[in-house]
Design a protein. Structure first.
Lengths: 312, 314
């Protein structure tokens, strides 16, 4: 399942591995240098490049693929049920006669869209929450962060199962439900970043010229906390895809006719005793590849960001 | 130590109260209200009686007070589906989940700790990259896929292990059918090894560059002694914390594993309750696993403080 705790902890305690040699630079050149260094560190990480490659491949596969590989994903064809892979159906057909490869493309759209949407909603909400907690400090910080701690203590699948039972599942509801879990880590990370940002000169300067708290938060703190936000969002996409897959298996995922990889996988698994491998391995592999890719990217972004932070 | 203990226990109490508020809110935002429990054919009269009997017409704060009072008395509510108290349902299923989670976590640690150390010692070699890749795949795999594949390979193809968890009643059933435990435990072990070994590797790499390792080497200790006496012990410490904060995720994995193997534990009970919208079990179950996670995390922190005195003075 998810590995959020490991990530949250390793964010702070990643071993410092020797990065590329720091370049000397001053004034105007320094800012460009940091940006380039960030990019270089990211690209040097081959796994990250691989991750980006996989994500781009799947985006093309899901969104451009259907334009090239035409299949009927609307009407059920009960004369062509569970066919083995052949020239006319490259990955065979599923239990209702849909072409499996075409189905993977359509289902991948939903999986990726829900993953991205939940990550964006969760990270935005979490970042606001964390920034407010870190910026105001004291009682507000305690109350807001204890709320985060409490929700983190509730095992995510239990919480999601509870919510999915209570509300009729739909794509929008699922995004909402998953973001209820995915905002917690961004909230913690952004709060930590805000604690250090709020003491910096530019924030004091903004306050000195009479900027309101709201403006300082939105114009000065949050834009500078974009690094941890992006890292958290990357991991959140991976987690959301896995969570939605898990919920689909538990029967509370996205309802038909919309398909998603988790749903395809759990339906395919019911045929495991008959050895319909084309229903079992391809959707699982899609999930694993995409989730691994987002983890690679997230790890690399975090490392690259640390290099940037060291140079400050 | 006393001050640290008091502070840490206080924090845990606050989080438990937070959990109870969160679950209370969840229980009140459920759509359908009393009809969700009484059924769609309940008369307005019956609905009214139910509302008055359960104090649902009182202010929310009062309702929360009643909710909390029942909890403190150890009363988790009544399941209308099973016609049993949630307490007795949990009492029979919780120990089985505890055994599943405990056993698989221990085995996972026994594998992941040496694995992570080995990766750290031989870092950036082919072996390290292979194992890192494997652990990435391990935790990116949907748990239910892994579990079902194990069933396909080991029960359907090879006929070595049964495809279901032990079904006979009580905890004793687990010990009378040890082979039925193999696949559920193996599923959770794979997931947890993937999580722990990566962290163990980072932790050990961090320790390897510390001065005490150089000192140990320079005073002439064998590499073996350096690793077992100095590296292992120091890298183990953060793992205790990781274990503490991972509990909610381990419990989540256990729920899915129990559903795959029809293992009659708390996760399966919870899943079945979700199918029939048995809200009393959902509320009670969420509370119990969350409180267990908080207490587990507290225990981990206290163990951490006991073995590493530096923590107490932070």
């Amino acid at each position: 399942m998810s590995v959020l705790p490991g990530r949250a902890a390793s964010w702070a305690e990643q071993p410092q591995e020797p990065g590329p040699p720091a370049e000397a630079g001053a004034g105007e050149g320094r800012r460009a240098g940091i940006g380039r260094l960030f990019l270089e560190t990211f690209i040097q990480n081959r796994l990250a490049v691989l991750g980006v490659g996989i994500v781009v491949f799947f985006l093309l596969f899901c969104f451009v693929g259907p334009l090239i590989y035409h299949t009927d994903q609307i009407s059920v064809n009960l004369e062509q049920v569970s066919l083995r892979p052949s020239a006319s159906h490259l990955l065979g057909t599923d239990e209702t006669g849909y072409d499996q490869l075409g189905r993977l493309m359509v289902a991948g759209r939903t999986s990726l869209e829900v993953g991205f949407a939940a990550a964006v909603v969760g990270t935005t909400w979490g970042a606001l929450w964390g920034a407010v907690a870190g910026y105001f400090g004291k009682a507000i910080d305690s109350i807001l962060m204890r709320a985060v701690d409490s929700l983190l203590a509730i095992p995510p699948i239990f919480l999601l199962l509870f919510l999915a039972t209570a509300f009729t599942p739909s794509v929008v509801m699922l995004i909402f439900v998953v973001s209820l879990v995915s905002w917690l880590l961004p909230a913690r990370l952004v709060r930590g970043e805000t604690l250090s940002l709020r003491t910096r000169e530019f924030v004091q300067a903004a306050r000195g010229v009479g900027a309101k708290d709201r403006r300082i938060l939105l114009r000065h703190i949050l834009p500078n906390a974009i690094g941890p936000m992006i890292v958290a969002a990357t991991f959140a996409v991976a987690d959301a895809i896995l969570l939605v897959a898990g919920l689909s298996f538990l029967g509370l995922g996205i309802p038909p006719p919309a398909a998603n990889w988790g749903g395809m996988l759990s339906e395919g698994l019911t045929y495991i005793a008959r050895g319909y491998w084309w229903l079992i391995y391809p959707p699982g592999l899609c999930i694993v590849l995409v989730v691994v890719a987002f983890n690679f990217i997230g790890d690399a972004l975090r490392d690259a960001l640390e290099v940037r932070l060291q140079r400050r | 130590m006393t001050a640290y203990l008091a502070r840490r226990v206080g924090q845990a109490l606050i989080v438990i109260i937070g959990v109870s508020i969160a679950v209370f809110v969840l229980s009140r935002i459920l759509p359908g209200g009393p009809r969700a429990i009484l059924g769609a054919r309940a008369t307005p009269q019956q609905v009214h009686t139910f509302i008055v009997q359960n104090g649902l017409n009182k202010p929310l704060v009062v309702q929360y007070g009643v909710f909390l009072k029942l909890l403190l008395q150890g009363n988790l509510g009544y399941s209308y589906h099973y016609n049993q108290s949630v307490n007795s349902l949990l009492a029979s299923d919780l120990p089985k989940s505890a055994i599943l989670v405990g056993l698989s976590t221990l085995i996972a640690l026994a594998i992941a700790v040496p694995l992570g150390i080995m990766q750290a010692v031989r870092r950036y070699t082919l072996l390290d990259y292979t194992l890192t890749g494997a652990s990435f795949v391990g935790y990116s795999m949907p748990t239910f896929w892994l579990g079902t594949l194990l069933i396909a390979w080991f029960s359907i193809d090879l006929h070595i292990f049964p495809s279901e968890g032990p079904q006979s009643g009580g905890v004793a059933g687990i010990f009378t059918h040890p082979t039925a435990m193999v696949l559920p435990v193996a599923t959770l072990v794979v997931v947890n090894v993937a999580l722990f070994s990566r962290y163990m590797r980072s932790s050990a790499i961090e320790s390897l560059v510390q001065d005490f390792i150089r000192t140990a080497r320079s005073k002439g200790l064998s590499e073996r002694a350096v690793i077992t006496n100095h590296l292992l012990r120091n890298s183990l410490i953060p793992i205790v914390t990781l274990l503490g904060v991972s509990l909610p995720y381990i419990f989540s994995g256990a729920l899915i594993t129990e559903s795959v193997f029809n293992y009659p534990g708390m996760g399966l009970l919870f899943w079945n309750a979700a199918q029939v919208k048995d809200y009393a079990v959902l509320i009670g179950g969420t509370l119990v696993v969350s409180v267990a996670a908080v207490l587990g995390s507290l225990a981990a922190d206290l163990i951490y403080a006991a073995i590493d005195p530096r923590v107490r003075y932070r």
